[in-house]
Ligand binder design. Sequence first.
Ligand SMILES: [Zn+2]
Length: 496
Amino acid sequence: MRAWWGTLTAVLVAIGLAISATSPPAPRDPQHSEGLFNLPRAMGDVHRIASAPHPTGSAENARVRDYILSQMKAIGMQVATREGRLDEKATRRLNKWSGRDDPPARLVNLVGLLPGKDPAAPAVLLMAHHDSVWGSPGASDDTAGVASALEVARQIGARGTPQRSLILLITDGEELGLQGAAEFFSDDPLIPRIGAVINMEARGGGGRTSLFETSPGNGQAVELYRKAATWPAGSSLATFIYSVLPNDTDLSEALHGPWVSYNFAFIGRPGLYHSPKATPANLDQGALMDMGWQVSELTQALIAAPELPQKAPDVTFFDLFGLVLVTYPSSLGWAMLAIAALALGLAVSRERNLRALGSGAGRTVALMAAGALLLYALNRLSGAGAGANYYDRLAAIPMLEAMAALVAIASFLLVLGKGLAGPARQAGAVLPLLVIGLAMQVLAPTAAFVAVVPVTLAALAIAARAYLPPLAGMLVAIGLAAPVLGYLIALGHQLM
Ligand SMILES: [Zn+2]
């Protein structure tokens, strides 16, 4: 039976799911944010802080610091400044920006403490950086983080004395190599009081805010986030990928501590990263609200928790279209792979045809090879490689993404345009993916869900089509294919 209507339905539903998964929640007025996050007030902070570039050591930076301190005091926080010296590399970078040959600038971290009812209870520390790069007003990086931290502290302060203490650490010199965070986490007197750390960052001007990094041993930390977040976003695939990338944020300096740590960022509108166009007007207010709302819920849950999360074995986690956070022990992947193998075995036993099985497997390998080759060639043609400007490539991402989507569709039509007839051929098509799932389950168990879950659901869909009446089998297949494809489209967007 030709299955074009089934494919079309699954694709359309998938696209809808992917769009909703990658869009931040719509900005809401304060009455509807239930004491969690007041977006207009946070935008007021963004306008005050990001009116101009404010790199470390500049007069504009001093003005920004005064403003942040005044806001902390208005919340009722005990405030302090902590000074340090920029290292040689940071000084060179600053002088390269300014074109001068200045002596090392002082860096100034800002610390605010809102004492809790139980001074002995470990505190929750919220962190963001107040410095910008030289030429950018930095409305997203990292004014969105600073404004979120201030607004979360206001919400908590407005409810009276919190259960445990809240610390705001607004660092300096992040853009010069995590200078302020390194200074604080080397020997600050507040360190023994810390029980959990949340950092906020941005590498772009919009999109969903996601939990992209945690301290190692995140089982309990993720469980608390799962319960707290209304619109969770993030995955253990992202935390795995980030852990093998050379990138750093202030949180790198906090990861070695005994506490649990969370790192949140948004990465949409990549052309605005470190850009002169990163103005308050160009900031995606939905992204700011998403960051503030998630961090507010998490902070309030941590502050109210009788015991803070401790280090526990890492878990697999991912948000399902921003609606719920799915978490499970990574070893469950083995059970899924066994189910997948069983379902594929059942499908093949329906049509004992080894040639068809091999031809299906060959098609998938051909599809991956064609897609990879075309993507590589077009990416080179588009100007990637040695000498390409990093920020130009970031700004080109929307075009590159359209190109990649067209390549994926073209490869699919080229290799699988006529469909795969019969359960043996279909099962064969899943075999190479099963091998990839197995390899990931061995090598990177917390990231393996991205292959293991789709393979398991594909195997079940194929078995359903092999054994159920045609219409029922097709409906099961659509129901399983649409969420898998929707997830993978959204993931492709995130990866780009
Ligand atoms: Zn930053």
